[in-house]
Design a protein around this ligand. Sequence first.
Ligand code: SAH
Length: 346
Amino acid sequence: MPANKKDIRALTKDQLRDFFVTQGDKAFRGNQVFEWLWRKSAHSFDDMTNISKMTRQMLEENFVINHIEVDTMQRSADGTIKNAVRLYDGLIVESVLIPTKTRTTACVSSQVGCSLDCTFCATARLKRMRNLNPDEIFDQVVAIDKESKLYFNRPLSNIVFMGMGEPLMNYNNVIKAIDKITLPEGLGMSPKRITLSTSGVPKMIKKMADDQVKFNLAVSLHSAIDEVRTSIMPFNETFPLTDLKASLEYWYDKTKRAITYEYIVWNGINDTQRDIDALVNFCKAVPCKVNIIEYNPIDDGEFQQASGEIINNYIYNLEKNRIVVNVRRSRGKDIDAACGQLANKT
Ligand code: SAH
């Protein structure tokens, strides 16, 4: 790729309109190209059939479209699909299609690798190499939408930012991608069907509230006791639970939208009554629900999911305090596509 060619999808609609004006064309041409890029997900300028050949050539000379490519696709026995996606610079990220009877959910990555160091997560073992660009996040969604139509005869219905990376450490690009996903000239999806999952970066949670984002927020909590949380999610030392809680109160105050906590119960880590009481107490801060997620072993057996009895005790105590709790079965384990297993093994 010649260094002077810019990725056209880095331009906003206004910048595209201005570009055409500087070329002596109409600003409206910018709208047409914008639609080709974002609504119709064009892979090349030649796809843009209502644009003159001369204009297409001019675009070709000035820009590139850095489209992702699905490098390998694996299908799980339960229908889950994992895509290993190749980026323009050769790096790989993974995204997952999760089908249920009525929905198709895309689980997308926001970074190559991850800068956080959660001890139970396979992605943490890859170092963070770079942030994904907005179009690279967008393209993962388009790829899964296509697969959903092809294999399940229905479009994608939901998106979760629970793939590789910490979305709040790549906030601007994630927001730009969500913009294109929700814009009518983009994919036109409702933000209510999008959930951003974060390990909990208080400053950025407040920023999202200030920005009045319309999508849902999930927080990977896993413990409501600082020493315990720091032992499995070391960055908790920098962003302790009091700060996290304050940011969630701020979020609720501004958005009036409940929060989902993701929580795994492990033997010997967070399986005591004290852990349960701390969670119940944390849940009283703002309206919320708890998703207890199944642990997906990532190799050495250091972490073991707690027994059903302990999980039932969590459920009993949460429900007694009128906190909604769901137990989420994991999907796609046989192809390393489940939560925390994304590590570019294919
Ligand atoms: N960084 C973001 C999003 C990626 S992780 C976050 O932390 O929320 C997506 C979810 O998978 C998180 O809730 C995370 O805690 C969970 N997870 C990580 N490793 C896991 C594992 N081995 N088994 C089950 N869930 C895991």
